[in-house]
Design a protein around this ligand. Sequence first.
Ligand code: DQA
Length: 145
Amino acid sequence: MKILVINGPNINLLGLREPQVYGKENYEELRKLVDSHALEIGVEVKQYQSNHEGDIVDVIQGAYLDAVDGIIINPAAYTHTSIAILDALKAVKIPCVEVHISDVEKREAYRQISYVREVAIATVSGKGIKGYAIAMDILKEHLSK
Ligand code: DQA
């Protein structure tokens, strides 16, 4: 089972970035958590982070060619703006889980729209970086059916 984890803009600044909102762990610690959870549950994982919308679209398209089974995506600020990322996910039809480190539902009005939610099989938000492990479990269970 091949899973691709995609993180959007500013997730590379975890730890430095508003730690009261996003936690103290840095991006490297997030990567390690994802890699070790993948080992634990027996899935193959690749991780990707970009600050650029078009690059994220390219990576989603590439996932189709790579026969990726499932995608975990935190589109970060593009969650609230990007129809291009939604369209790419719709095009490739790869099951995906949406993740947010913070509890977006309880934040500003402009964070209440999520375009990717339309295609996501589930959304995990407000669980900190552990949310990625939760999303991996959800995706594995979905793909095992
Ligand atoms: C985020 C929430 C978004 O609103 C924000 O723009 C981010 C991170 C989260 O993980 O909580 O960059 O997706």
